[in-house]
Design a protein around this ligand. Structure first.
Ligand code: ZN
Length: 300
């Protein structure tokens, strides 16, 4: 399900599974400014398309300032398929009062309604649930309620869930919450794994069948790039090539070329050649860039 309607998964081409064309991250990144410029987004999408890209998943969840109609305009203008996220982000962005006063099932009902009918009166329907997050190493009460709502919505609609589980092994607890809601592990993307420095945890998640997402490739820090390529290669060598996803996670103006950043073409122009050099085959690259994300987005 894209912002312009449903298409066959195989027509999506290459997919970037974790990006933000618009994002209100001012609460945490005050100096960098609000990402809300349709020209910047359109230039980035044109560049991505010219470099060989097909689809982006915009995992901008509710509290980050989703703009469904702008996403639809951009997709029509650039020819790039855009898949929109839904659901609730994480602390400190969550409205505590709202989560205190609503049951998970009620929050889920709103998400399910939007997946079926579209956002507000725009008719733009989400194609993924997320990103759904936990800010710290322990899931907060509001975050757990949001996560359960996402799980209920997953069971009802079949859409995959994209998780923000950064810097700690909180993803383990998040997966257990989703288990208790009956969500199959292969319908969950464990995001921001590049920030989780615990290879045992990552292998444990891999064995459980979850999708493994390394989405920090907007960083041009050479240490981080080398480390993340190494992590991807190690997981391929361990036999998990069918579960790996890679993306940039552009969410600041400074990530886009107008402000000196690499934009949405870095993976195609810089990371793919380096993965090849590291011994990753064309078949394996095809899985990571196309087949794996297409399978996650497909609704049977
Ligand atoms: Zn995130």
């Amino acid at each position: 399900m894209t912002v312009t309607g449903s298409v066959s998964a195989s027509s999506l081409g290459m997919v970037l599974p974790h990006e933000h064309l618009f994002a209100d991250t001012l609460r945490e990144y005050r100096s960098t400014g609000l990402l809300d410029d349709e020209n910047i987004a359109s230039n980035a999408l044109h560049g991505y398309r010219e470099a060989g890209g097909g689809t982006i998943i915009d995992v901008t969840s509710n509290e980050l300032g989703r703009r469904p109609e702008a996403l639809r305009r951009l997709s029509e203008l650039t020819g790039v398929h855009i898949v929109m996220g839904c659901g609730h982000y994480r602390d400190p962005y969550l409205d505590r009062k709202f989560f205190d006063e609503h049951r998970s099932i009620d929050i889920a009902d709103r998400i399910i309604g939007e997946i079926g009918e579209g956002f507000g009166d725009t008719g733009v329907r989400p194609g993924v649930i997320g990103e759904i997050g936990a800010d710290r190493s322990v899931i907060s009460a509001a975050e757990e309620r949001s996560l359960r709502a996402a799980g209920i919505a997953q069971r009802e609609t079949g859409l995959a869930i994209s998780l923000h589980a950064a810097r700690s092994t909180v993803g383990r607890d998040m997966l257990e919450v989703l288990d208790s809601e009956g969500v199959p592990r292969d319908r969950v993307i464990l995001g921001h794994l590049d920030t989780v420095r615990d290879s045992e945890f990552i292998l444990e998640a891999a064995r459980s069948g979850v999708m493994l997402e390394f989405d920090g490739f907007i960083s041009t820090n050479e240490y981080e790039t080398t480390r993340d390529i190494g992590s991807v290669v190690a997981l391929i060598e361990a036999g998990y090539e069918h579960q790996i996803l890679i993306s940039h996670d552009a969410f600041l103006t400074s990530h886009y070329p107008e402000f000196g950043g690499p934009g949405l073409t870095r993976i195609l122009e810089d990371i793919v050649p380096r993965l090849r050099e590291a011994g990753v085959s064309s078949t394996q690259l095809d899985l990571i860039l196309r087949t794996n994300p297409q399978r996650v987005l497909a609704l049977t």
